[in-house]
Design a binder for this molecule. Structure first.
Ligand SMILES: [Zn+2]
Ligand SMILES: [Zn+2]
Length: 254
């Protein structure tokens, strides 16, 4: 399984793109950035976008991807997939013909470049060539993490979350998981802000680790660009053998 890091940050900075990952060239896991990281041919290969929640730093790339697909007359749509409340948020607040066009009717309703799919929570669904289970996490809006595998190998993806239980509990019961992709947003001194916005600091991650499947490597993303160095230093002090900050632009193989 191939995971390309399109964007690895919890916001946007100069050359620093919001969180988005591309699995096996076909399935996006969050879509904070897409055309900023892929050429047009690569964008047209994408079949699904798994979305953890509807915050802008996870969906802006989908907005611009649909624009690319429309203007290049893509023969197939990208299917945005998540739990029902997240799909509702996308329809109501993003692709609503006000903030952005409703691309489920462009160029025509029968031939649209955007489709939606509602995934049942805590149930495994087939998405392209992957198996995906959304599990609710603790964020300020409806949000899920995902358990993703291809029958042989797989990973846990936390989405945006503060301290949480169900995702780690479910992941502990699965075999074949190779890595945990987990958010960390703020340095330890901004603990109050992390709690209010339901994100993790390195210290909070240290406590979450005890609930995760033991011994799996942790691949970190979603650090706020403004606090990158400070947060990275604190992360390295927890467990340098197990914790690795993902690199934007790089492709990882499981
Ligand atoms: Zn975010
Ligand atoms: Zn968020």
């Amino acid at each position: 399984m191939k995971i390309k890091v399109l964007g690895v940050y919890g916001s946007e900075g100069q050359g620093q793109r919001p969180s988005a990952f591309l699995v096996n060239d076909r399935v996006l896991v969050d879509a904070g950035t897409v055309p900023g990281a892929l050429n047009v041919e690569e964008q047209r290969e994408i079949e699904h976008a798994l979305l953890s929640h509807a915050h802008l730093d996870h969906i802006t790339g989908l907005a611009f991807l649909t624009d690319t697909l429309a203007i290049t007359s893509s023969p197939r749509p990208v299917i945005a997939a998540s739990i029902a409340p997240v799909v509702e948020d996308l329809k109501k607040h993003a692709f609503n013909d006000s903030l952005w066009p409703d691309f489920t009717t462009i160029p025509t309703a029968r031939n649209a470049v955007l489709g939606y799919r509602t995934l049942p929570e805590e149930v495994e669904s087939r998405v392209g060539e992957l198996w995906v289970t959304p599990i609710g996490v603790d964020h300020t809006v409806p949000a899920v993490g995902f358990l993703i595998h291809d029958g042989e190998t797989g990973f846990v993806y936390s989405g945006d979350t503060g301290p949480t239980e169900k995702l780690w509990e479910t992941a502990r019961g699965l075999r074949g998981l190779k890595v945990v992709l987990v958010e960390t947003a703020f340095p330890n001194r901004l603990d109050g802000l992390a709690r209010a916005s339901k994100h993790l600091t390195p210290a909070m991650l240290g406590r979450e680790m005890k609930k995760m499947p033991p011994d799996l490597p942790l691949w970190i993303y979603h650090i706020k660009p403004h606090f990158f160095e400070e947060t990275a230093e604190e992360l390295q002090k927890i467990d340098p053998a197990r914790i690795h900050i993902l690199e934007q632009g790089k492709t990882y193989t499981l």
